[in-house]
Design a protein around this ligand. Structure first.
Ligand SMILES: Cc1cc2nc3c(=O)[nH]c(=O)nc-3n(C[C@H](O)[C@H](O)[C@H](O)COP(=O)(O)O)c2cc1C
Length: 204
């Protein structure tokens, strides 16, 4: 039988993920960056980087503009895949799961903890919509920066928020010599009845 402990593999995949993420803090820049792949309303696949912003219980938090392509996708198809790659560690994590829009109050609370200039940038950006020039974008930014110099940046009620991502399947991958990589798949066949996570080794 495999010695899963070799790579801090724990019976709970979230615990494994957090132990790997903690390790990656020492080896990689921005280890919380992950590729979020979504399914668009017309069946197209879209992928882009987002940041892992912690979790509430099993649900992972991701923040974004609610008019962006990713939000359009997640609102029409509430499923996603996340991929993290830590070159310094030589490890990859892939996760599939279900998504839902985050409660407005939680998103709002998080918004106001952000750096003020990031709040201003989110306030003025119609993310994923075209704009004529960099100058136009900066003009909007500096105008709002001045406007809210001595006051709170209003929470962009209509176009900013968060999504929860609930992992349903994880794969933990370790780069090895000769491409004889180690891969461990966590799945939960009896999830509906609160069944345990099962771990399988996959061929490279
Ligand atoms: C490392 C990294 C982290 C990012 N994190 C986020 C994020 O947490 N939320 C976000 O909306 N965009 C983030 N972005 C920008 C997105 O990759 C993307 O350009 C933007 O969200 C628009 O994507 P969309 O048009 O597919 O919605 C990040 C980009 C990089 C390179």
């Amino acid at each position: 039988m495999d010695n899963y402990k070799t790579y801090d593999l724990q019976s709970c995949p979230q615990a494994t993920f957090e132990s790997w993420l903690a390790k990656a803090q020492d080896t990689d820049k921005t280890p919380e960056a992950m590729t979020l792949s979504t399914l668009g309303p017309n069946g197209e696949i879209n992928a882009r980087m987002v940041l892992y912003k912690g979790r509430e219980g099993e649900k992972w938090a991701v923040y974004t503009n609610l008019k962006s392509q990713k939000a359009i996708d997640l609102l029409s198809n509430p499923i996603a895949a996340l991929t993290l790659w830590w070159p310094g560690l030589g490890r990859q994590v892939r996760i599939n799961g279900a998504t839902e829009q985050m409660e407005r109050e939680i998103a709002k609370e998080y918004f106001h903890t952000r750096d003020k200039n990031s709040q201003v940038a989110s306030y003025i950006s119609q993310q994923s919509s075209p704009i004529n020039s960099r100058e136009e974008l900066e003009e909007k930014f500096f105008k709002a920066q001045k406007e809210f110099e001595n006051s709170e940046v209003p929470f962009p009620e209509k176009n900013w928020g968060g999504f929860w991502f609930t992992p349903e399947k994880y794969e933990f991958f370790i780069y090895r010599d000769f491409r004889l990589n180690d891969r461990f798949l966590y799945s939960r066949p009896d999830e509906d009845n609160g069944g345990p996570w099962e771990i399988q080794r996959l061929q490279p």
